[in-house]
Design a binder for this molecule. Structure first.
Ligand code: ZN
Length: 279
């Protein structure tokens, strides 16, 4: 491992180290240990020293959960920028940049396929696309996943990763909360299972609607889950929040979650749960 070699008594400065190791190694944001990226990838982006779950993209998530041969669906929707919104940057440009960065049209991917022995509809949010925020396209895509479940009676799994509603779409964004919730109520009437998987972070309007409406609400370890973020709450109530507030473990302890499931056990857990639910 030549990049660790040093000349006798010569101390390599930090910037030099960064350049030499860039792209191959990453520092765990939890335990601070240096991890080999390829090994981290093979370990489903979970630190083997401390169990920290790094964020993963939607397509990797789908790969991890479904058997080969799954199909990506509902890919054709695109935002129209209904408010012609401009903040620091025009919304249209922000969308174009996010599309180029992620290769997706918006912050969501729907897939249909097999999870173990079960045919499922899987909807996965993409945090790298404008913070996984939910506008009309994300809402409509999830609504279509619900419709697919209703039409086929296959269980629905939604993996949330979101900063909440997309402010650049204003009320069109907020409407999605009601639309998806109404769809999930229809699934409930039809007795089709819906499992919500919350990952880091799941906040705002997503937590306030479908993420907390599962027949089973589960989360990955250490995920930030809440409505308003901890900084906003602290600034509003002018109090320090308790240790671990809004993390999965805190929510499980206080009855907001049914289980915390490590990423590497997620597929098996979902499969067993769906069997148990009679799906
Ligand atoms: Zn770690």
């Amino acid at each position: 491992m030549s990049w660790f070699k040093r000349e006798d008594n010569e101390i390599v400065n930090d910037s030099e180290k960064t350049v030499r190791t860039e792209g191959l190694w990453i520092r765990c944001s939890d335990c601070g240990k240096i991890l080999f990226k390829a090994e981290l990838e093979a370990n489903q982006q979970v630190c083997w020293h401390c169990g920290h779950h790094f964020r993963i993209d939607a397509r990797t998530r789908i790969e991890n959960l479904l058997e080969p041969g799954y199909e990506l669906v509902d890919l054709e929707l695109r935002s129209t920028d209904p408010l012609n919104f401009t903040d620091l940057k025009p919304y249209k440009r922000r969308l174009a940049e996010a599309q180029a960065k992620t290769g997706l049209n918006d912050a969501i991917v729907n897939a249909v396929g097999q999870l173990g022995p079960h045919s499922v509809v899987l909807s996965v949010m993409e945090y790298a696309f404008i913070g996984g925020s939910m506008g009309a396209v994300v809402g409509e895509t999830i609504a279509r996943a619900v419709d697919r479940s209703l039409a086929t009676r296959h269980p629905l799994i939604i993996v949330a990763a979101s900063g909440g509603a997309r402010m650049m779409e204003g009320i069109a964004s907020l409407m999605q909360l009601a639309k998806i919730s109404a769809g999930l109520a229809r699934m409930d009437d039809a007795k089709i299972p819906y499992i919500s998987v919350m990952t880091d972070p799941t906040t705002g309007g997503v937590t306030a609607s479908f993420a907390m409406l599962g027949d089973l609400n589960i989360a990955e370890p250490g995920a930030l889950i809440g409505f308003a973020g901890p900084r906003v709450i602290e600034q509003t109530i002018r109090q320090k929040l308790p240790e671990g507030f809004q993390r999965s473990e805190f929510l499980l302890e206080h009855g907001f979650l049914d289980a915390i499931v490590p990423r590497k056990e997620m597929k098996e857990y979902l499969s067993q749960t769906l069997s148990w639910m009679g799906a």
